[in-house]
Unconditional design. Structure first.
Length: 150
């Protein structure tokens, strides 16, 4: 929101939010494939509409993350804060490569926990996937989207 306030030349978060909502309304009414969504915070994101995702995938050169890294990410999101030892036990030793990928894109963060590291998701992860940053709410959202592990 700070960036919107700066660009709009206002110190009022309320005014900046109203301006962003007005822009979102204009974009959403005129653009076919792109939409502006508002997340808690308030935060705004411009994204491709879900119905155009299959078409866009045809043109994507490679996905942001491998399926295996996404599966590891789902474990971290649902069981956070989770140790690297527990991740290795559940996912195997290739988890270290996944953790490196996930840290590079900014979806996870870690902190020392004894001899191991404990991993959790970041605000960037929540924003990218349209989830709450509050862990309990995030877990409910993941369950409702059937993104949980089975």
């Amino acid at each position: 929101m700070e960036e919107i306030m700066r660009v709009a030349g206002t110190a009022s978060e309320r005014k900046a939010t109203a301006m962003a909502r007005e822009i979102a309304k204009m974009v959403n009414s005129t653009m076919q494939a792109v939409e502006v969504v508002e997340y808690a915070g308030p935060k705004f994101a411009m994204q491709l509409k879900a119905q155009y995702t299959p078409t866009a995938r045809k043109f994507a050169t490679r996905p942001l993350l491998s399926r295996a890294a996404l599966r590891t990410l789902s474990y971290i999101a649902f069981f956070q804060s989770i140790s690297s030892a527990e991740l290795v036990q559940r996912r195997g030793s290739t988890v270290y490569q996944h953790l490196k990928e996930l840290e590079e894109v900014g979806f996870i963060a870690s902190e020392r926990s004894g001899r191991s590291r404990a991993y959790r998701t970041t605000g960037r992860f929540a924003e990218y996937f349209g989830l709450s940053t509050e862990t309990t709410t995030m877990k409910r959202q993941l369950e409702s989207r059937t993104l949980t592990l089975r």
